[in-house]
Design a protein around this ligand. Structure first.
Ligand SMILES: CC(C)(COP(=O)(O)OP(=O)(O)OC[C@H]1O[C@@H](n2cnc3c(N)ncnc32)[C@H](O)[C@@H]1OP(=O)(O)O)[C@@H](O)C(=O)NCCC(=O)NCCS
Length: 439
């Protein structure tokens, strides 16, 4: 009997070649018309009757178009897993600049579009792709990775941890009276999608400098804005605010979806709103919370610290109907990341990291010295004030999370009196970090 040697092809984790891009996309749910995460779109973006976007499998023409664009795009870094010659897993990082405390930006690897096909899950392929993406990001000089998590239990094991929140709130129009304020010297204007596409990048460029967590979005971010009908969702409407000189300093996208249910009729959904100053912010909301023929205002994807609450005669009227983590952070190069943000307190703290399995260079005791202008972070032999997990430090990095809570939960162990209070004062910021766009 002849003996046949089985030829087992090794697993390969590497960037796909141009001629493998179609197979790469087809490992991802969205290219097959499937949702990446079932309930999230509907829960966040809709009014009271949420509308999941219609999804259809990508056509051959679309796949080709994506491939054309992605191979040209220097900020897009795909990674794939090949088993027996077939693409069975896919992920990617996108190089972003994210605003950090102090108003500077840090280079960040945004992990996006991640999946392993159903027949090949739980074999360690995601872990291998993640390791490869971390190493590539470090080679590009990106000290930080971020993502938004489809499920809360997957990414902690890779060192990611929540760093920003988002909330969805509702307001009954009859309770939405605003406290008196100085008259607005500017004006409001409804504009079409062509103008909105022009104004959004201008407003966002200014907003993101002062909001920690905001990203410089990728080119084309607003290309999809249109005046077209969108079924029962209703078309998107665009409202801009101009200051007394006629310059646009705020913009909002909103819809008036149609509902067959009497209870849900008259809902106005504010899908996005950004303003560069309090006057523009107030003026935009003033119109949107008192829009004729509406009864309820819904705003998904908003920061937790919404100044509108403090403008209402009844702050309680704003009801948070959903809150979730938004961006998760993962420090890849601890000293580089920590010296690229600034700190309000002048202090020094020695901390030990000893749990980083994927970026082992982070495992040592570091001395962080914070000053009014610069910070330094160097390896030290001195006794540590505290031990902290790399994920807890990642959560603290943007300044929105509580050192006290992380300590209470066992992610930080203090070794000296007052260490946690000093850590908290060093890292915490106001306003909270927030990011308006997913990726
Ligand atoms: C989530 C997904 C990408 C994981 O890929 P995978 O190759 O199966 O993951 P791995 O085998 O590398 O698992 C790595 C670790 O994560 C855990 N894990 C993987 N998927 C998980 C899940 N859905 N929930 C909880 N833990 C999970 C594994 O148990 C393993 O744990 P360990 O390191 O402690 O042993 C894959 O299951 C998938 O495509 N799911 C559907 C699509 C999806 O949810 N994509 C994410 C969009 S952001």
């Amino acid at each position: 009997m002849a003996a046949y040697a089985m030829c087992v092809m090794p697993i390969q984790v590497r960037p796909p070649r141009r001629d493998e891009m179609n197979a790469y996309y087809l490992a991802l749910p969205y290219a097959n018309g499937l949702p990446s995460w079932e309930p999230a779109d509907a829960a966040w973006h809709g009014g009271p009757e949420p509308w999941p976007p219609q999804r259809t499998p990508a056509t051959a023409e679309q796949l080709e178009k994506w491939a054309e664009a992605d191979v040209e795009d220097e900020s897009f870094h795909p990674i794939a897993t090949f088993a027996d010659g077939a693409c069975v897993g896919a992920s990617a990082t996108i190089s972003f600049d994210v605003t950090v405390p102090g108003g500077t930006t840090v280079k960040m690897a945004g992990v996006t579009a991640t999946a392993v096909i159903a027949t090949h899950r739980r074999r360690g392929y995601l872990r291998r792709m993640m390791q490869a993406m971390f190493e590539a990001a470090l080679d590009r000089g990106e000290p930080l990775a971020m993502l938004s998590a489809s499920e809360g239990s997957i990414y902690g094991r890779f060192g990611f941890s929540p760093a920003t929140y988002r909330v969805r709130w509702e307001l009954d129009r009859h309770e939405a009276a605003l406290l008196p304020a100085a008259p607005d010297p500017g004006s409001l204007e409804l504009v079409d999608a062509t103008q909105a596409k022009k104004f959004w990048p201008m407003v966002h460029a200014e907003v993101r400098v002062s909001r920690v967590g905001e990203l410089a979005p990728l080119p084309g971010r607003w290309d999809g804005l249109s005046d077209g009908a969108d079924g029962t969702n209703g078309p998107l409407r665009y409202l801009v605010h101009r200051d007394q000189h006629g310059d646009v300093d705020g913009i909002a996208n909103f819809r008036l979806p149609w509902s067959s249910a009497v209870d849900n009729a008259g809902t106005l959904v504010v899908e996005a709103l950004e303003a560069t100053n309090p006057m523009a912010y107030r003026a935009l909301w003033s119109l949107l919370v008192d829009f004729d023929l509406t009864r309820t205002i819904v705003a998904p994807g908003r920061p937790r610290d919404e100044p509108l609450r403090w403008m209402l005669a009844s702050p309680r009227a704003m009801r948070i109907t959903r809150q979730s983590d938004n961006l998760w952070a993962r420090l890849l190069d601890v000293p580089l990341a920590l010296t690229q943000r600034s700190y309000d307190s002048v202090d020094e703290l020695a901390f030990t990291i000893d749990d980083d399995r994927m970026c082992p260079d982070n495992n040592r005791t570091w001395l962080l010295r914070t000053g009014s202008a610069t910070a330094s972070c160097v390896a030290t032999d001195q006794e540590a004030d505290l031990t902290i997990t790399v994920s807890a430090l990642s959560s603290l990095y943007l300044g929105g999370m509580s050192a006290h809570d992380l300590t209470y939960a066992g992610h930080i162990t203090p070794h000296s009196d007052g260490a946690i209070g000093r850590l908290a004062r060093m890292f915490r910021i106001d306003p909270e970090p927030h990011n308006s766009f997913g990726f």
